[in-house]
Design a protein around this ligand. Structure first.
Ligand SMILES: CC(C)(COP(=O)(O)OP(=O)(O)OC[C@H]1O[C@@H](n2cnc3c(N)ncnc32)[C@H](O)[C@@H]1OP(=O)(O)O)[C@@H](O)C(=O)NCCC(=O)NCCS
Length: 252
């Protein structure tokens, strides 16, 4: 990575008067990548609506909107929004974007640190989640660095120029396990979902194969959502008795 910006970079809470500059920033990032929900047109909001949004974010104790300023100029932003309904209020979602000319210089990391610090000290949040394009390796590197892990895949999350774009669903459990540097303590390899044995996928596959009398290799698709795992099996000529099962969902 190139040299970081150091003290030239400042992370602060967005204010209503930042609305115009923020829209311009989002339009530019939108024109530079296909990773966001919008393109060069930017978010579908007027300056007044954006002002209201920034005001509401500043007034909501469990939400925050951070902007990154390089020598005073806005070059990045991060939204952190905790869920408002009681049963989901332990969760928050984040969205982040940085101007292309500033990528790889620590702006994203500084914004993530601010968000995690906020989650720990203000929001009372335990889980942060996000969605990231399956081919957005730069963003994934940022999220992995902060302890986020893939919990599933959403095929066709975006449709751009008629083509489906898959996303990964990422989650960071237990915000309180972050140290003062914003970095999450790494799990030991043994307990990690990325363990050499294939982690949870391997364990779930074994359980499905055992429970339904399938043969290894017959399960051809395995997808995880927040509350269920779906799988499909392609049956081969039977070599041992089994249930005539081809598709199931397992609730948890
Ligand atoms: C994703 C994004 C926010 C990252 O911001 P950034 O300022 O480049 O992030 P950082 O400079 O802090 O780098 C974070 C990590 O990315 C990784 N990284 C850096 N350069 C990289 C490169 N060329 N390729 C892949 N990964 C890279 C490194 O692991 C780095 O951490 P490290 O330097 O400590 O090792 C930024 O690229 C962006 O806004 N992209 C467009 C919008 C977008 O994709 N938003 C995310 C939607 S989910």
């Amino acid at each position: 990575m190139n040299e970081n910006y150091g003290e030239r970079l400042c992370i602060e809470q967005g204010r209503p008067e930042d609305a115009e500059e923020l829209i311009a920033l989002l339009r530019q990032v939108g024109s530079e990548t296909d990773n966001l929900t919008f393109g060069a047109e930017g978010p579908a909001t007027t300056v007044e609506q954006e002002r209201e949004y920034l005001r509401a974010m500043a007034e909501t104790p469990t939400s925050a909107f951070f902007v990154a300023r390089l020598d005073g100029r806005m070059v990045g932003s991060l939204s952190f929004r905790a869920m408002t309904l009681a049963r989901a209020s332990h969760r928050a979602e984040i969205g982040i974007s940085v101007l292309q000319e500033c990528w790889g210089k620590g702006v994203g990391s500084r914004l993530m640190e601010a968000a995690i610090d906020f989650a720990k000290n203000n929001a009372g949040v335990e889980i942060i989640s996000l969605e990231v394009r399956a081919d957005n390796t730069r963003a994934q590197a940022l999220y992995r660095k902060f302890g986020f892990e893939e919990i599933g895949r959403f095929p066709g999350f975006f449709k751009i120029d008629g083509k489906w774009v898959d996303f990964l669903l990422d989650e960071s459990l237990s915000v309180n396990s972050y140290g003062s540097d914003g970095q999450k303590a790494r799990k030991s390899k043994k307990n990690s979902s990325k363990d050499p044995a294939g982690g949870w996928r391997c364990r779930v596959l074994c359980a499905i194969i055992d429970s339904y009398g399938l043969l290894p290799g017959e399960v051809c698709a395995l997808r995880a959502g927040p509350s269920q795992i779906g799988w499909e099996a392609e049956h081969r000529p039977p070599r041992r008795p089994r249930n005539p099962v081809s598709r199931r969902f397992i609730q948890w």
